[in-house]
Design a protein around this ligand. Structure first.
Ligand code: C2E
Ligand code: CA
Ligand code: CA
Ligand code: CA
Length: 273
């Protein structure tokens, strides 16, 4: 029994070691991902529920790792936040997305995800400003998506930074709304420009009267604050019909368009790359 126990411990330690080594290796690779041109942006359309017109595109990061293939953002973004690589990566995302959108014929918006680590970094306001100047993108066309966890960490400072970003003419959306425990508190403390209803509500809306009641309440809340509400993760026509009936403003999800490289979502580019 003792031998088995020792073996178990050894095996456990070895696999922990490997997991840790794997993470370290991945973190190292992350620092080089920008320079080595391994990052790519995908864009997912956001549409008006009532008119179906395109409002903008959410920018979603992809990492094409030479050995591991496509690493999904949920696997590498937390790691990039831990090791600090999110700063150069986030800067690259912002610059690329603004440059891309500035070249479109349309005036559609781009919605870029901003990590709490980026927001906590003192330079974020001047960075956003510099990139807008450099790319010539109209600030009104840039929306930054932040989650509530972004604000919880150092609330006063985060709110001041968001205020400075808004003063540039950029809009701020609150992402994954309804999943945090302090949603109402967050809404009360900052004038957000959009509420993004977390996609977990969509997966439940057809079967759960509770989910539907909460969606209805969030829509009422958004509308009394005069803030549009966007539903994420819309996959079926039935879900879209419910959103329409409930008066939801905007929608995003596989039904309306999957995230894809820009050429396939907007069509032929106006300029040669
Ligand atoms: P998110 O900001 O909530 O982004 C929406 C996620 O939902 C995306 O996953 C998108 O592909 C997925 N999605 C879109 N429509 C549907 C649908 O109809 N059904 C379902 N089930 N999913 C749908 P993705 O691209 O894997 O990104 C995951 C998360 O990684 C994002 O969640 C965001 O938190 C983070 N992320 C992605 N790009 C960036 C970035 O450039 N910077 C930062 N800081 N985070 C990013
Ligand atoms: Ca988002
Ligand atoms: Ca979201
Ligand atoms: Ca998320």
């Amino acid at each position: 029994a003792k031998a088995t126990l020792n073996q178990t411990i050894c095996f456990y330690e070895v696999s922990m070691d490997e997991a840790a080594r794997g993470r370290r290796a991945l973190a190292n690779d992350l620092w080089e991902a920008v320079e080595k041109n391994q990052l790519a942006l995908h864009y997912q359309v956001q549409k008006s529920v009532t008119t179906g017109e395109v409002i903008g595109y959410e920018v979603l990061l992809r990492w094409n790792h030479p050995e591991r293939g496509m690493v999904p953002p949920n696997e590498f973004i937390p790691l990039a936040e831990e090791c600090g690589a999110i700063l150069p990566i986030g800067e690259w995302v912002l610059r690329e997305a603004c440059r891309e959108a500035a070249g479109w014929d349309s005036q559609h918006k781009i919605a870029v995800n901003l990590s709490p680590v980026q927001l906590a970094n003192g330079d974020v306001v001047s960075l956003v400003h510099a990139i807008l100047v450099e790319t010539g993108l109209d600030p009104k066309r840039l929306e930054l998506e932040i989650t509530e966890s972004t604000i919880i960490d150092d609330k006063q400072r985060a709110l001041l930074t968001l205020r400075d970003i808004k003063a540039l003419g950029v809009t701020i959306a609150i992402d994954d709304f309804g999943t945090g425990y302090s949603s109402l508190e967050t809404l009360r403390s900052f004038p957000f420009d959009k509420i993004k209803l977390d996609k977990s509500f969509m997966s439940e809306v057809e079967g759960s009267p509770q989910a539907k009641a909460i969606i209805r309440a969030i829509l009422a809340l958004g509308h009394s604050l005069q803030v549009p509400v966007l539903a994420e993760g819309v996959e079926t026509q039935k879900q879209l019909d419910i959103l329409h009936a409930e008066g939801c403003d905007e929608a995003q999800g596989y039904l309306l368009g999957r995230p894809a490289p820009i050429v396939s979502v907007v069509g032929v580019r106006t300029e040669a790359a």
